[in-house]
Design a protein around this ligand. Structure first.
Ligand code: G3P
Length: 217
């Protein structure tokens, strides 16, 4: 499984990129609004130019014509933009139009395998099943990833699965084992993935022994 960083915070993106494990970035309107009074288009372009990898940014209108116009404006910001479109009937109509123009899409707010299959039928490049939000309502988010994976394998389509709404490291590993192509993780969760007390203890011990070696020279 590859990693996207789920954030609109530029400092987080720069730091995480230095760690060598991030293939791209996903944002959503809530993440952008957390950044305060910023220009949405400017921030998305800044991120896309920096990461040089898939950068998902969301179009939000419930009117099909407006959604398409907004999607085209977002796509024009950078060649590596992926337009995020919520999963509803006119949204998938827009996904079809965008796919005919060669514009990459990420169908978001996926909560059932049928929604993922529909998105793939419309030509979505990626689908984003939300794991944590399903768990929040006592359903099984990991089971959703397993179901989407099985349906996509059986259907022979090449739409990629981005496991989203990942809240902790156990979610990440379970999604990797369930066959998600990507996991999009908040910065805090990405940092948690590196941690193990024995790694920290081992580093301290090796550094202390190396210092002794240098002192003896
Ligand atoms: O990528 C979607 C993700 O940002 C949603 O996460 O934690 O708001 O459910 P969450």
């Amino acid at each position: 499984m590859k990693f996207f960083l789920d954030t609109a915070n530029f400092e987080e993106i720069k730091e995480a990129y230095g760690w060598g494990v991030i293939a791209g970035v996903t944002t959503n309107p809530s993440l952008v609004s957390k950044e305060g009074n910023i220009d949405f288009y400017a921030r998305v372009k800044e991120i896309a130019d920096y990461v040089q990898g898939p950068t998902s940014a969301e179009a939000t209108s419930m009117e099909k014509d407006v959604l398409l116009k907004q999607a085209l404006e977002i796509a024009a910001l950078s060649p590596n933009i992926v337009v995020k479109i919520p999963c509803y009937p006119d949204g998938l109509g827009v996904v079809k139009e965008l796919s005919k123009k060669g514009i990459k899409t990420n169908v978001t707010l996926i909560f059932s395998a049928n929604q993922a299959v529909l998105a793939a039928a419309a030509g979505a490049t990626y689908v984003s099943p939300f794991v944590g939000r399903l768990d929040d309502i006592s359903e099984d988010g990991i089971r959703l990833i397993e179901d989407v994976k099985e349906a996509f394998i059986m259907g022979g389509n090449d739409t990629k699965i981005i496991a989203a709404s990942l809240r902790h490291p156990a979610h990440v590993l379970a999604c990797a084992k369930a066959g998600a192509d990507y996991g999009t993780v908040p910065f805090k969760v990405l940092k948690q993935l590196f941690n193990h007390p024995l790694t920290a203890k081992g580093i301290d011990q090796f550094n202390a022994d190396w210092a002794k070696f240098l002192a003896a020279k």
